[in-house]
Design a protein around this ligand. Structure first.
Ligand SMILES: NC(=O)c1ccc[n+]([C@@H]2O[C@H](COP(=O)([O-])OP(=O)(O)OC[C@H]3O[C@@H](n4cnc5c(N)ncnc54)[C@H](OP(=O)(O)O)[C@@H]3O)[C@@H](O)[C@H]2O)c1
Length: 243
């Protein structure tokens, strides 16, 4: 059965690969903020693979931005099957002894508040979908502690906790799960992690290599397709964190 998906941050990295992974036979809202050309290319690749897609722009660091994205989606459909809350980022590297209020707000707005607000806004559309679910992106940083990414890790820890609470509140209509990736080479790291630090991450990973965007996209797909899983966060990190 054809699904309608909204994937936030689908212009690059994990979100882009997730759109392509779900392309065949499905309709995808490819959300982006600044990478318009990249988002268009993702939508084209979705169509080449037998799906359909539209691109939608919004900066999700404010309530107005989240409402703008929701309004554009709701203009085009009265039901959604899947919401992937993927948009996010480190914003900057800084230590706890230097962090300011504005920086905390910026990091939590992008990684936490946008997830809560997009979830809240999309509930009525998801309630009209089929086997509806939400998948949130958290991070290994919330498990292990990540110096210079401590506030980012905390913002992802909040998403992990939100995932369980929302899963209970929204059951049985909407399942809510999360994926916590390890180190995945994407523009995220190109912006904030120098090559020598990437190499240190690789060395300290038990499997001795980084993950791929498709390994995360396939995990998202697994959570979408398995209707016996809700309130779960799946760690995909090469052993960087083990329970
Ligand atoms: N890569 C990793 O190692 C890793 C590890 C753990 C968790 N994650 C999480 O996985 C998710 C995807 O990351 P990625 O690695 O694929 O990074 P990425 O390639 O940098 O993608 C980030 C996406 O988020 C969007 N975005 C950034 N700022 C935004 C804003 N203000 N408003 C709306 N959208 C915004 C970007 O849109 P534009 O480019 O169009 O602006 C882009 O589509 C993030 O939540 C990240 O925290 C990544």
């Amino acid at each position: 059965m054809s699904k309608k998906l909204l994937i936030t941050g689908a212009s690059t990295g994990i979100g882009a690969d997730t759109a392509i992974e779900f392309a065949e036979g499905n309709f995808i809202f490819v959300h982006y903020n600044s990478s318009e050309d990249a988002a268009r290319k993702v939508a084209e690749r979705v169509r080449e693979r037998g799906g359909d897609a539209v691109t939608v722009q919004a900066d999700l660091t404010s309530e107005a931005g989240c409402k703008k994205l929701y309004a554009e989606v709701a203009d085009r459909t009265d039901a959604l099957d899947v919401l992937v809350n993927n948009a996010g980022g480190l914003v900057r590297r800084e230590t706890v002894d230097r962090v300011g209020w504005d920086s905390m707000l910026e990091i939590f707005s992008l990684n936490t508040f946008s997830v809560v607000m997009m979830t809240r806004l999309c509930i009525p559309l998801l309630r009209k979908g089929h086997d509806s679910c939400i998948v949130n992106l958290t991070s290994v940083a919330m498990r292990t502690g990540a110096p210079t990414a401590t506030i980012y890790g905390a913002s992802k820890g909040a998403v992990d906790s939100f995932t369980r609470g929302a899963a209970k509140e929204l059951a049985p209509d909407i399942r809510v799960n999360a994926v916590a990736p390890g180190v995945i080479p994407t523009p995220f790291h190109e912006k904030y992690t120098p090559p020598e630090r990437m190499e240190q991450f690789r060395e300290s990973t038990p499997v001795k290599h980084h993950g791929s965007v498709n390994q995360i996209a396939c995990t998202i797909r697994f959570l979408v397709e398995n209707d016996y899983i809700t309130g779960e966060t799946i760690d995909v990190n090469g052993g960087l964190f083990m329970r």
